[in-house]
Design a protein around this ligand. Structure first.
Ligand SMILES: [Zn+2]
Length: 251
């Protein structure tokens, strides 16, 4: 059930026929893992907390650095030096004290990642490196949890949803597993803040759609964002039957 205060707090999205009280209850009963409390994780966590997703599991082992604040808007000047998860929990609690926040402060190894993924309904990859992205994807395929994947570097952003519950859905490895460009992080290549905010906001939107059960998720589609020209392009992506990660899982 929703309290009178919750009905008020979420009234503007409950007004939407696509959400309604049933959708809001689904959000309240949902558990989500956010991997990375940086530039993507910031808007993701802020919007999902504000929207009333019942339980947010926050994973990051890093501390807030002054160079993060240009884009990692969940943190502030006072939280420099603090653990990112603790800093995020302070901010999220201030926004919405109705939800549960579960910290994962240590780096996730294969076992702890598998456990963390199994204990939630959906995962958002907000990490900044290929190794973590591959590990998160593999855990999602094994546990059959939908994965909302976003990335932004320099002036380019990408977004897709991988849903192992659907036989036609590719996984992250189908798309990126064959090794392409050399791996760069934002600390090496640079990135513009609002672009990360845009990709993170889209990730939050996809998560709310999947959890509340409305709309058409970005499964089998890859959104490419060119911030320089403000252009959005969409590519179809197919599952690779020979994929070493999801190939066997679907048979
Ligand atoms: Zn695959």
């Amino acid at each position: 059930m929703l309290s009178d205060e919750e009905l008020l707090r979420y009234s503007r999205q409950i007004l939407l026929q696509h959400v309604d009280i049933e959708g809001q209850l689904r959000l309240k009963q949902s558990r989500v893992l956010i991997v990375g409390m940086g530039g993507l994780g910031s808007p993701v966590a802020l919007y999902l907390a504000a929207a009333g997703v019942g339980e947010l599991h926050l994973a990051d082992f890093d501390r807030v650095d002054l160079t993060n604040l240009q884009r990692q808007i969940i943190h502030d000047t006072q939280s420099v030096g603090q653990n990112k998860v603790d800093s995020a929990i302070n901010r999220l609690t201030a926004i919405n004290p109705e939800i549960n926040l579960v910290p994962h402060l240590a780096a996730l190894d294969e076992d702890s990642l598998a456990t963390a993924v199994e204990s939630v309904d959906l995962v958002l990859d907000c990490s900044d490196n290929f190794t973590t992205r591959e590990a998160v994807n593999a855990a999602c395929v094994v546990a059959a949890r939908p994965l909302v994947s976003g990335a932004a570097i320099r002036l380019e952003g990408q977004l897709s949803v991988f849903d192992p519950r659907r036989a036609d859905s590719p996984c992250y490895h189908c798309l990126y597993g064959h090794g392409s460009e050399s791996e760069l992080t934002c600390s090496e290549a640079g990135v513009i803040g609002p672009l990360v905010g845009l990709v993170g906001s889209l990730q939050a939107l996809e998560a709310l759609k999947l959890l509340a059960g409305f709309g058409e998720p970005m499964v089998g589609r890859l959104l490419l964002i060119d911030a320089l020209g403000t252009r959005f392009r969409e590519l179809k992506v197919k599952r690779d039957p020979g994929c070493s990660v999801c190939g066997a899982a679907h048979e």
